[in-house]
Design a protein around this ligand. Structure first.
Ligand code: HEC
Ligand code: HEC
Ligand code: HEC
Length: 109
């Protein structure tokens, strides 16, 4: 809740919150979900599932089969590059090894 990722949608000026071109990297969800929901995202900001993958299978497995069979998706450099890439209109160079340690630090990524 204290990370920059958790505030990502609020960084968009109001006019840009209607544009999928901006929203897609500032919210959580599949590309289809993000396109369909537009300005009313059910998961605003970059939440846990934006990096760790959708958690539904994990939750279902916990009550039915075996919690270990549905592990969260392993985060890799490719996870980050879905958003930290030069298709962004304001791209800043992204150095995975320098930045990955920040994602769970208070007030950082
Ligand atoms: C391809 C993914 C992507 C798209 C598309 C995108 N952003 Fe971002 N945005 C990011 C990332 C990643 C950051 C983190 C800082 C950085 O690397 O630029 C960010 C940060 C920001 C920030 C905070 C900047 C700062 O330095 O604190 C603002 C404001 C912003 N974006 C606005 C926009 C607007 C407006 C649009 C649409 C015109 C947009 N973004 C589209 C990925 C994206
Ligand atoms: C911006 C991407 C990102 C977001 C958002 C994110 N995480 Fe993570 N998380 C990571 C990365 C990367 C690691 C692994 C860190 C490393 O390898 O040093 C990690 C590690 C973890 C771990 C340790 C896993 C292990 O096997 O050691 C847990 C638990 C976790 N995250 C839970 C969460 C929860 C809960 C949230 C939401 C509140 C969240 N994460 C949001 C990227 C993210
Ligand atoms: C779903 C898109 C998305 C993913 C995936 C993502 N990020 Fe981000 N990231 C953003 C946005 C948007 C911001 C800007 C947030 C803000 O300024 O409020 C940001 C901000 C950051 C910042 C702070 C940058 C600054 O200029 O202060 C760091 C560090 C960061 N991300 C690291 C990572 C790492 C490491 C991963 C992969 C483990 C990752 N991010 C995955 C979208 C994403």
């Amino acid at each position: 809740m204290t990370s920059l990722h958790s505030k990502a949608l609020n960084k968009l000026p109001a006019a840009n919150r209607k544009e999928n071109a901006c929203i897609k990297c500032h919210v959580t969800g599949s590309p289809e979900m993000i396109a369909a929901e537009g300005a009313k995202p059910s998961f605003p900001n970059v939440q846990c599932e934006g990096c760790h993958g959708a958690g539904r299978a994990h939750v279902d497995a916990a009550t039915t089969v075996d919690i270990v069979t549905a592990k969260p998706v392993k985060t890799t450099e490719d996870t980050c590059l879905r958003c930290h890439n030069d298709t962004s209109p304001h791209y800043k160079p992204f150095y995975y090894l320098a930045l990955v340690g920040m994602v769970h630090k208070k007030g950082k990524g």
